[in-house]
Design a protein around this ligand. Structure first.
Ligand SMILES: Cc1cc2nc3c(=O)[nH]c(=O)nc-3n(C[C@H](O)[C@H](O)[C@H](O)COP(=O)(O)OP(=O)(O)OC[C@H]3O[C@@H](n4cnc5c(N)ncnc54)[C@H](O)[C@@H]3O)c2cc1C
Ligand code: FES
Length: 364
């Protein structure tokens, strides 16, 4: 620490107009007093359109728990874009993200990242983590939803003989199935882990409309702590099934002495916004940053600010984590999830799910 301070002082004498920490970053790319960074150590293709990026984080990174996610910042055309990615590496190891190419940022991460590149980072967060006390587990995943669960499986299965994990993973084909080989090898090696690969190309979608398929694939599913991660419809259907079973269970055995509750823990990567299409937006003023932009009534204020070069706080980008809250100074916004228009001066606005409904002033 003292050596770093001395080096920073020396650098400040030798350099101008660069800040001392900028010079230190030239020697050590993950050093930054202002912004957490990580240097990419390895990139491993997983399927035709996904890859795992391993990175070594700089000082300030907090070790992740299996199942957590982190925000990753990538610069595109000089603008820093932040997206959230689950950490697929087991707890206790350097982090890795496994990204599917579905859009602007993920495309760059999958296709263009190479060892030595520097990623901007925010510390790991999230409650989609293993239970505190050991319990038999059922994991339901589809597509890239395998990533947080892979971290849990890698953390638990090889190291805890008392673990009991059933994974049902859905993908279109074996070629599209991320971690397909490693999962099969783990299942061969460890009797405490069972995996069903469900290929929708051959068998259609998993049916959560009734309990029939679940009973076949995991007869004791009601006794297991269940986790699910995947596309929205997959999660909505699983959630509906678990809710109705939980209601029936509560009716049959009410009160505090009932057996372990039937409970499904869900991690969502995106959420559908009903949108503000057809509604007017307005002039958005980012007061502290001294920027003004004309916005439509359908674009989240988070995107409007980022596109204008304003350093917007963000996290999940779908209305869950509240990292994007900003005080409203004037005007009203539309909640893109419900269509509701609201806003009082001083109110905190979730910019990732709110669009301008007329002129808006934000404190940032
Ligand atoms: C907690 C959390 C964890 C996440 N973990 C992962 C992860 O481990 N791996 C991963 O690949 N992504 C993960 N995501 C999604 C990721 O944050 C981005 O949303 C995704 O990479 C798309 O960003 P983009 O800039 O490439 O696409 P954009 O250009 O922003 O969007 C392009 C289009 O893709 C759609 N889209 C967004 N996300 C998905 C998706 N997951 N599947 C299909 N279509 C999508 C959008 O609706 C949009 O139409 C996670 C998201 C959250 C909130
Ligand atoms: S970024 Fe998470 S709620 Fe807006």
């Amino acid at each position: 620490m003292i050596r770093l301070r001395k080096l920073a002082r020396a650098a400040s004498v030798l350099t101008t107009p660069l800040a001392p920490e900028d010079v230190l970053a030239l020697f050590n790319p993950v050093f930054s007093a202002r912004q957490l960074r990580g240097v990419v150590t390895k990139v491993v293709p997983e399927t035709a359109d996904s890859a795992t990026i391993f990175f070594h984080p700089g000082r300030g990174w907090k070790a992740h728990k299996a199942g957590q996610w982190a925000r990753i910042g990538v610069e595109l055309d000089g603008v820093r874009h932040w997206r959230s990615y689950s950490l697929s590496a087991p707890a206790g190891q350097d982090p890795a993200i496994t990204v599917s190419d579905v859009g602007a940022v993920s495309g760059v991460l999958v296709r263009q990242t190479k060892p030595g590149d520097v990623l901007f980072l925010a510390p790991p967060q999230g409650d989609f983590v293993l239970p505190e006390h050991p319990r038999p587990l059922l994991m339901l995943t589809a597509g890239s939803g395998i990533t947080p669960v892979m971290s849990m499986v890698r953390t638990l299965v090889p190291h805890r003989p008392d673990a009991d994990v059933v994974l049902i993973h859905s993908a279109r084909t074996p070629q599209d199935s991320i971690f397909h080989e490693e999962l099969s090898e783990l299942a061969d090696q460890f009797p405490n882990f069972r995996v069903t690969h469900w290929y929708t190309g051959e068998r259609g979608r998993l049916d959560f409309g009734s309990t029939t398929q679940l009973e076949e694939l995991c007869p004791d599913w009601r006794q297991r702590a269940a986790y699910a991660c995947g596309p929205e419809e997959f999660l909505d259907d699983a959630e509906a099934l678990w809710s109705s079973e939980a209601a029936a269970h509560e009716k049959a055995a009410p009160g505090p002495f009932a057996a372990d509750p039937i409970n499904l823990i869900i991690e969502r990567f995106n959420t559908s916004l009903v949108g503000g299409a057809g509604h007017d937006g307005g002039l958005v003023t980012f007061e502290t940053s001294d920027r003004e932009v004309e916005a439509d009534g359908n674009t989240p204020l988070l995107d409007v600010g980022e596109d204008a070069g304003v350093l917007m706080p963000s996290g999940c980008r779908m209305g869950i984590c509240h990292s994007c809250l900003l005080p409203l100074r004037a005007g009203q916004v539309r909640d893109l999830r419900t269509g509701e228009v609201h806003g009082e001066p001083g109110q905190l606005i979730q910019t990732c799910v709110s669009a301008a409904a007329g002129p808006v002033n934000l404190e940032i």
